[in-house]
Design a protein around this ligand. Structure first.
Ligand SMILES: Cc1ncc(COP(=O)(O)O)c(C=O)c1O
Length: 434
């Protein structure tokens, strides 16, 4: 990777002495002498420690919806933290934020805050288990719901390990996850109507929750097939299981009301983080009052930092801007131009691509028919994709080089950024051999 300069390499050397892989998330390690270290970010741009500037389409794995270090958000945070950063007490802005979440998210009647998407899904499944008095969870292969042991199953494993579609093997995403937790989880291919119906018939009455990303934001932004989310809705209602929509990537990004609004689907519970705070640590989960009301009545939920002022102030400011300005509309317009331009570039070079996801969070797979699940998507040319993205990064345009991770757009990406990105890809596609 020619774009990794001497300062990144030197910083990595220091970091390797004090942190495993020299990073604080395995996903930020791209290899020894092959990992960029960041200096700063502003708007749609990021600078590495060697002073190179990039148009950023990774956006911190999705949270940046307005732009890096967005002035109006930062100003609100600074104003609020000068009046206290944290208290073991609830304050008005926190209540106003909850009111905003309830007003914006169609299926949310009551919510609770958390600090990360991992926490949000962890709390949501506890509530679902407590509400139903059942233990079993059902998730779909390729969906990622955070790092806790309950749901880190069949996320990124080589799909060969998943066994047959008819009776999938749930594969733990890490050593250290107790094997017994595998007894509590059923995994299925995404978009598999027949398999889902069969499993619900057999186990539906034991399933506490069916959790899914609405669009596979951790596996090439694969779209739900028409009717799939509705089928999940129908069968969870029929068997009394809680339908949890994991909107950590899609919330406040697909639309102001997230994927619920975009796909017109109403889960029982939903989880949020990322775009909600434009990069500050804040998350939420919420849904039907009847279900949420059991919290505090024998059901535990909380955390020292769940109402941290920087996160709450950032979320309040971000959601206010989403309400007042045409944020998603603008991103959609620019993202559509970017997707269309990229499609044309690949078509002109006779490289078969299939695009998925909406313009605010899209992806494309190379060399396969439109995939409907991770098993099909895994046949795409991921190594070629990686080399294309690396070549683009070398030229100052930075999508994630891991094909699972979508392209994220923000309000600060300009028309000129889209032009520059398309120019770079026109060159890259010619230069990088398939
Ligand atoms: C859909 C989804 N759920 C949950 C999480 C976990 O969120 P966090 O990284 O904030 O813990 C992620 C993170 O990428 C995610 O994409």
């Amino acid at each position: 990777m020619n774009y990794v300069g001497p300062n990144s390499k030197a910083l990595q050397k220091r970091a390797l002495e004090v942190a495993p892989l020299g990073v604080n998330s395995n996903f930020r390690f791209w290899g020894e002498e092959a990992t960029l270290y960041m200096d700063k970010a502003k708007g749609a741009y990021l600078w590495d420690v060697d002073g190179r500037k990039y148009i950023d389409y990774r956006l911190a794995f999705g949270p940046i919806i307005l732009g890096h270090s967005y002035d109006a958000v930062d100003a609100r945070v600074i104003e609020e933290i000068q009046r206290g950063t944290l208290a073991a007490m609830t304050y008005e802005l926190e209540v106003a934020l909850m009111e905003k979440i309830v007003a914006m998210c169609p299926a949310v009647e009551m919510a609770r805050l958390a600090c990360s998407g991992t926490e949000a899904t962890m709390h949501a499944i506890r509530v679902a288990r407590a509400y139903t008095g059942r233990d079993l969870l059902l998730k779909f292969e390729g969906n990622y719901h955070g790092f806790h042991d309950h749901l880190l199953w069949s996320t990124y494993a080589p799909t060969g390990a998943y066994g047959s579609r008819r009776s999938p093997i749930s594969v733990a995403g890490s050593s250290g996850i107790p094997k017994t937790m595998g007894d509590k989880i059923i995994t299925l291919p995404f978009n598999d109507f027949e398999g889902f119906e069969r499993v619900m018939k057999s186990y539906g009455e034991q399933i506490a929750a069916v959790i899914t990303e609405p669009c596979q934001g951790n596996c090439g932004a694969l779209d739900p097939l028409p009717g799939f989310l509705e089928t999940v809705r129908r069968l969870t209602s029929e068997y009394g299981s809680v339908f949890i929509l994991d909107e950590v990537k899609t919330g406040f990004r697909f639309a102001n009301g997230g994927a619920q609004e975009y796909y017109n689907i109403r889960p029982d519970l939903a989880t949020y983080a990322k775009a909600m705070g434009n990069g500050y640590p804040v998350a939420a989960f919420g849904g039907k009052k009847e279900i949420m009301s059991i919290i505090g009545h024998g059901v535990a939920q909380g955390g020292t930092y769940t109402n941290n002022k920087p996160g709450v102030a950032a979320a309040y400011a971000t959601l206010s801007i989403l309400e007042q300005e045409p944020v998603i509309e603008t991103i959609n317009r620019r993202g559509t131009r970017l997707m269309t331009g990229l499609k044309e570039i690949f078509e002109d070079s006779s490289i078969p691509t299939v695009f998925s996801g909406p313009p605010t969070m899209f992806s494309f797979a190379i060399g396969i028919e439109k995939p409907t699940c991770q098993r099909e998507w895994a046949e795409s040319e991921q190594e070629y994709y990686l080399r294309l993205m690396d070549a683009a990064t070398e030229r100052g345009v930075m999508p994630d080089h891991d094909a699972r991770e979508p392209w994220f757009l923000c309000y600060s990406h300009s028309e000129a950024d889209i032009d520059e990105t398309l120019n770079v890809f026109a060159d890259v596609v010619k230069e990088v051999k398939r």
